[in-house]
Ligand binder design. Sequence first.
Ligand code: BES
Ligand code: MN
Length: 468
Amino acid sequence: MPSTSSSAEISANVKQLLKVFDTEQEKLLQEFFDFLRFQSVSSEPEFAPEVLRCANWVKSFLEDAGMKVELWESEHHPVVFATWLGAGPDKPTLLIYNHYDVQPVDPLELWESPPFEPTLRGNEIYARGAEDNKGQCFYVMSAVRHLLKTNKSLPVNIKLCIEGEEETGSQGIGLFLDKKKEQLKADHLFIVDLGIHTPDSPALTLGVRGIVTMTVELIGSYGDLHSGTHGGVVYNPNRGMAELLATLHDSEGRVAIAGFYDDVFDVPAAELQKIDTSFNENEFRSMFGAKTTGGEKKFSAIESAWIRPTLEINGISGGYAGEGFKTVIPAKCLAKISCRLVPKQNPLKIIELVEKHLREHTPGGLDIVITQNHGSGAPALRTSSDTAGVRAAADVLTALFDIPCQYILSGGSIPIVPELAKAAGAEVVMMGFGLPDDNIHAPNEHFGIDRIKKGFATMAGIILTLGR
Ligand code: BES
Ligand code: MN
């Protein structure tokens, strides 16, 4: 527990910072909107020039803040690496991670306002990347700039690592982390790409799941065939895919791939006790219109999302599904599959098991081609709640919300975190102000001004707290 005097000091800092935000809000939002206008979609090659322009905008912002900035070229999109090391070697060093790339916008027709024309409705800003991760990146950069401009100095050393290909699995940055070890060296690594349960419940994330992804093609013929002439003769790849995908889960909701759960262990009760697992099924249902029947029957919804691995079919395409009708047997059918992993599961081993299963269950007469996406995936990560970084962040969040900070897990993945933490030699703190219904990766993504404000005060508050 923080001592009374220090928590009073933290509260005073946070209150002051909230006021600063109010005074600066108009200018800050204008800048944020500029950031959001870049179409920095990392997965589509035609956007590469826009991704680069966005990187340069981030670079200028941070140079103006008084940081030394480098663009680290990678195979695809550069990392923006910025430092301010004026506190000196006796003070802690914070490495803060964000990403400036965003997911594709499709289906475009479902957006109520254009994805790259940020639009304010109520107190929410609508745009692709508004939350994931430009909004969170923006309050980090603004907080650092504010402290540097007003105090001319910081009580800690700061390094910002803002990458441009998180949404494609961070393959570029992964390749040169080893070479950048010295520059990345830090005491604390803050990953500011996560969320909270509800707008009023402060939380830090103690774990993310790992991920592997693959594209599966079932190929039947050179080209599409007339379904009258050839129906009954060839094995329809769509039928083959439906049958194949149906073998992936059993009636208990478990993944039916041999060996899939071999390395999964029961989370120790002591560890689980720290985690806030409250989950309201009715609220969830009214928020998303969905029932919570997707997991293993033996586990609750929140357990299935946080402490159990899953396999999801993210996309299927094959044949004609447009307007009207086309009597065709498609040449091939394609499916996108991903697995979320929990600690101790090895991504490479899981890829092998899934591939083996898919090959063994492919109906005769069809060819199967499997390709990995997102490189060879990433393992899950858990962090301790007992580090100086987590304590500082929890103290600031507790002061800001005026209720105790909770610890949660996340079902999502941030592939680079384990490697980045290793390269930096730092303890990890995972935080952010995302909410479950921000529509990240979906049409009408949004982020609230109140949360940018809280993020700004939290980040600046953490820097001040760790520098005491
Ligand atoms: N910010 C998310 C991670 C996240 C998702 C945190 C949900 C908390 C809740 C991150 O940008 C992300 O989307 N990661 C991808 C990685 C994938 C593309 C390799 C994910 O989890 O799907
Ligand atoms: Mn994302």
